[in-house]
Design a protein around this ligand. Structure first.
Ligand code: TRP
Length: 332
């Protein structure tokens, strides 16, 4: 790889992403590939910290992998792989776990939230989840990690673990920094625009999935919650319209002023229809490319096998050095 900064990110194998994941994150990963060396990983090992149906997990992992490719991740430019295929993650995770305090993990807000939500299964994997995430990042000595706000605390912990290891065993790990994209906008629920758009929303009309077909997308936008005046303009208190304008702007590239003039004198009905059509048209090539990829299992397999080989080669060098540093006897 050339001498560029290294970006690492992982994404949960949920099978499909929301428009929020897409606009806020995944869409911006493609363009990063020219400026940085990029490594992207579908984190199936993280997924099993909560109960998963095995058949669905396998399917969702494949779908997520194909979807990342359909969204512009180029397996020639970047390393794209499935976490469980690369054993160094689990290996490093053990060592990092021995350098992480129980108290630190107990303070993770996501652990507290998830142990409430899954009170019948507070397993130790859920507790050590952030250690595995630190291993994902540190196994490559990544410089930058694109994460949303919900993962900032975990990234902070990864830095602390790296720092502690460096103090104990001598400078070794790069301290990873969050990568905050200037572009990605935050997309809110179509039914309650004060809440983030989330795949787990009970109301399916609140969420656009990037594999939704055109009619579904248009129907959901038609039902989007707005307000009782009738002016398309970006203003405090008009959360619904602000959200639609943000979405429209990010798929068309138009700024708010030109959107306001485009729809001045027109009703919300026209505006919602235009947003729906623009989103559906924008996502059309992603859907088409996804359908092509998911039908070609042999090609997908070739991609993820090669991705895993590259990831293993890269991370093995680093993890072998870690083994030496902690005092394990050389195997060969
Ligand atoms: N925990 C992240 C999430 O839920 C996913 C993830 C796993 C990740 N390993 C990572 C993100 C490493 C960035 C870097 O979204």
């Amino acid at each position: 790889m050339e001498d560029k900064k290294l970006i690492f990110s992982g994404i949960q194998p949920t099978g499909t992403f929301t428009l929020g994941n897409y606009i806020g994150a995944v869409r911006n990963w493609g363009p990063l590939q020219d400026e940085y060396n990029c490594i992207y990983c579908v984190v199936d090992m993280h997924a099993i910290t909560v109960k998963q149906d095995p058949v669905k997990l396998r399917q969702n992992t494949m779908n997520s992998y194909a979807l990342l490719m359909a969204c512009g991740i180029d397996v020639e430019k970047s390393i794209l792989f499935i976490q469980s295929h690369v054993k160094t993650h689990a290996e490093l995770s053990w060592i990092l776990g021995c350098n992480t305090q129980f108290g630190e993990l107990s303070r993770m807000t996501q652990f507290k939230d998830k142990s409430k939500k899954h009170a019948d299964d507070v397993n130790s994997g859920l507790f050590t989840y952030p250690v595995l995430m630190a291993a994902d990042i540190l196994a490559y000595n990544a410089d930058l990690v694109p994460v949303g706000v919900d993962q900032k605390q975990h990234l902070e912990l990864a830095r602390n673990i790296a720092q502690r290891f460096n103090q104990r065993y001598g400078d070794f790990f790069t301290l990873p920094e969050p990568y905050i994209s200037e572009i990605g906008a935050k997309v809110m629920s179509l039914q309650d625009p004060t809440k983030k758009m989330s795949k787990s929303d009970e109301n399916p009309n609140a969420v656009i999935l990037i594999l939704d077909d055109k009619d579904t997308i248009i129907r959901k936008f038609k039902r989007a919650v707005t307000d009782s005046d009738a002016e398309v303009c970006y203003r405090e208190g008009k959360d619904g319209i602000n959200n639609l304008m943000t979405i429209y702007s990010s798929v068309t590239g138009k700024d708010f002023a030109s959107i306001e003039s485009e729809f001045s004198g027109k009703g919300y009905g026209d505006f919602k229809l235009a947003v729906g059509e623009a989103v559906a048209d924008h996502l059309e090539p992603v859907r088409t490319e996804f359908a092509r990829l998911i039908a070609d299992k042999a090609y997908l397999k070739k991609c993820y096998t090669e991705g895993a080989e590259k990831a293993l080669r890269y991370s093995q060098r680093i993890v072998s050095k870690v083994y030496r540093k902690v005092g394990f006897v050389d195997r060969t």
